[in-house]
Design a protein around this ligand. Structure first.
Ligand code: NAD
Ligand code: TYD
Length: 350
């Protein structure tokens, strides 16, 4: 059976990618390699953890010897790399951690793949999952395409840009079969509640202030996470070596408009009077270096791979609110920190 190492599979997007590959591809053995940082939560994968083609390995991609040993033992057919430090606000506080995980960690994986595959790139693939934030910021108009120049501004986006460059370099220098996709902002189930949408849902539910940075005029292009996971599955199987694809929802929202929409959905779901939740909106100091606008042109993906988003934003956001309200235990476990014991309970005691 072909083994695929999916890194960061216990995180938000990674758990959706792991689930999709495990369910749709019994021909693969999926190895979920994750350090279980604050963002990693094995409860995200409860429904598939006993599937015969799934395995979890706890490990740090920054540990080169550990990674090489894992590749020597498993002899993976391919890597789908999502492990990263992913939160811009955290990167402003601790940039070095982002360099270590996002750049050094990626280079460790590339080296281990190169040492293991020994130049045989006709039957091996390294798929790197990246972000549209590497392109920097847009003004009022325009969209990022695959040929837009890299111009990252935050320590997070700079570290992701660095990792993208290394992946490209391993293709151009060593001939490695690499693929990169750059995606816009995701939302959906299992989203860690320090990011805008799950944070707002949680705060509205508990009648706590909803912090909106600056004037709320920054624009993000939002994509339902399951549509991202489906795009990754399609690109993994269809892309040519060295290809890059942009993934996005053609779904631009100013933060303040998004939060108002969310408040109105929450009013309905919680039986509150219309306008009640919006009273919680609180404008706070802006993020340093806050990119104004992201917008993705994903026409290459639509044309070559046949992918389009499956839900409108209104549908996806409503599903997401319903999921968070129905999965109170998951949310409480994360906000209380209890989720970090799940690994010990499920794996250490086996
Ligand atoms: P996340 O923060 O929810 O999850 C990251 C996962 O990586 C966690 O499970 C964590 O434990 C693991 N991890 C972190 N450091 C590690 C290390 N040193 N070794 C092994 N595992 C480690 O992130 P996410 O939002 O799911 O993002 C996944 C990927 O997608 C990232 O590469 C991110 O840059 C990219 N991306 C995210 C978005 C988004 O909107 N969230 C958009 C585009 C691209
Ligand atoms: P975030 O979810 O952190 O994603 P990213 O910074 O990678 O785009 O933030 C999305 C947008 O929401 C971004 O413009 C910053 C803003 N934001 C707030 O206004 N308030 C918040 O509490 C957070 C976390 C983000």
């Amino acid at each position: 059976m072909k083994k695929i190492i999916i890194t960061g599979g216990a995180g938000f997007i990674g758990s959706h990618v792991v689930r999709r590959f495990v369910k749709n591809h019994p021909e693969y053995q999926i190895i979920n390699l994750d350090k279980l940082t604050y963002a990693g939560n094995l409860a995200n994968l409860k429904d598939i953890e006993n599937e015969p083609n799934y395995r979890f390995v706890k490990g740090d991609i920054v540990d080169a010897a550990f990674i090489q040993n894992l590749f020597d033992t498993e002899q993976p057919y391919a890597v789908v790399h999502l492990a990263a430090e992913s939160h811009v606000d955290r990167s402003i506080v601790n940039p070095l951690e982002f360099v270590m995980t996002n750049i050094i960690g990626t280079v460790n994986l590339l080296n281990a793949a190169r040492n293991t595959w020994k130049g045989d790139y006709t039957s091996h693939r390294f798929y790197h999952v990246s972000t549209d934030e590497v392109y920097g910021t847009l003004g009022e108009t325009g969209m990022f395409t695959e040929t837009t120049g890299y111009d990252p501004h935050s320590p997070y986006s700079a570290s992701k840009a660095g990792s993208d460059h290394f992946v490209r370099a391993y293709h151009d220098t060593y001939g490695m079969d690499t693929v990169i996709s750059n995606c816009s902002n995701n939302y959906g189930s299992y989203h860690f509640p320090e990011k805008l949408i799950p944070l707002a849902i949680n705060n509205i539910k508990h009648n706590k202030p909803v912090p909106v940075y600056g004037k709320g005029e920054n624009v993000r292009d939002w994509l339902w996470v399951e549509d991202h996971a489906r795009a990754i599955e399609l690109i993994f199987h269809k892309a040519k070596a060295g290809d890059t694809y942009n993934i996005g929802g053609h779904n631009e929202w100013k933060n303040i408009d998004l939060i108002n929409l969310l408040c109105s959905i929450m009013d309905k779901k919680l039986g509150r009077a219309e306008g009640e939740s919006a009273k919680l909106i609180t404008f706070v100091t802006d993020r340093a270096g806050h990119d104004l606008r992201y917008a993705i042109d994903s026409s290459k993906l639509q044309r070559e791979v046949g992918w389009t988003p499956s839900v409108t934003f209104e549908e996806g956001l409503e599903k997401t609110v319903e999921w968070f309200l129905a999965n109170e235990e998951w949310l409480n476990d994360v906000t209380s920190g209890h989720y970090q014991q799940y690994y010990e309970e499920q794996y250490d005691n086996r």
